[in-house]
Design a protein around this ligand. Structure first.
Ligand code: FES
Ligand code: FES
Length: 153
């Protein structure tokens, strides 16, 4: 086992992991973060997305030892964030959620895009969400929701 320390949702955590343990397993099984989902485990579906130092990554594709000393954020850590709240309201208004399985990952990618603080286009949203699959809503409402959040007061 290896001791790994990192900042999870603005709080320091320390956890013992196997050298080849993936971040997805550490988050879900050891740290109780249930918004990060298990899907393909091949870097194809995006349901395991987290922000690593603010950038979206697939937590099924990195070993936990690689985040030592870094900052990992999931939707649980953004509950009080104003920009994130705009996304939540816009997703609800546009009906961009059905089962919700993909939603945390998609919201993290959208949050990262909106955090860049510039005007975004539909094409920007489509490109950003390329690595996140949704099997329920289709992408139209999701894209509308992200665009609505980008102009929300
Ligand atoms: S579970 Fe990680 S990309 Fe699908
Ligand atoms: S809302 Fe069900 S997979 Fe996207």
């Amino acid at each position: 086992m290896v001791k790994v320390s990192f900042i999870l949702n603005n709080k320091p955590v320390e956890v013992d992991v196997k050298p080849n343990e993936i971040l997805l397993d550490t988050l879900r099984l050891k740290l109780g973060v249930k918004s990060v989902k298990r899907g393909c485990e091949k870097g194809e579906c995006g349901v395991c997305t987290v922000l690593l130092d603010g950038k979206p990554v697939y937590s099924c594709m990195i070993f936990t030892v690689q985040v030592n000393g870094h900052r990992v954020t999931t939707v649980e850590g953004l509950a009080n964030d104003d920009l994130f709240k705009k996304l939540v309201y816009s997703f609800a208004e546009k009906g961009a959620i059905q089962c919700g399985y993909c939603t945390p990952g998609i919201m993290l990618v959208a949050y990262s895009l909106l955090s860049q603080g510039r005007g975004i286009t539909k094409e920007d949203v489509i490109k950003a969400l390329e690595g996140n699959l949704c099997r329920c809503t289709g992408y139209k409402k999701i894209i509308e929701a992200v665009l609505a959040a980008s102009t929300r007061d």
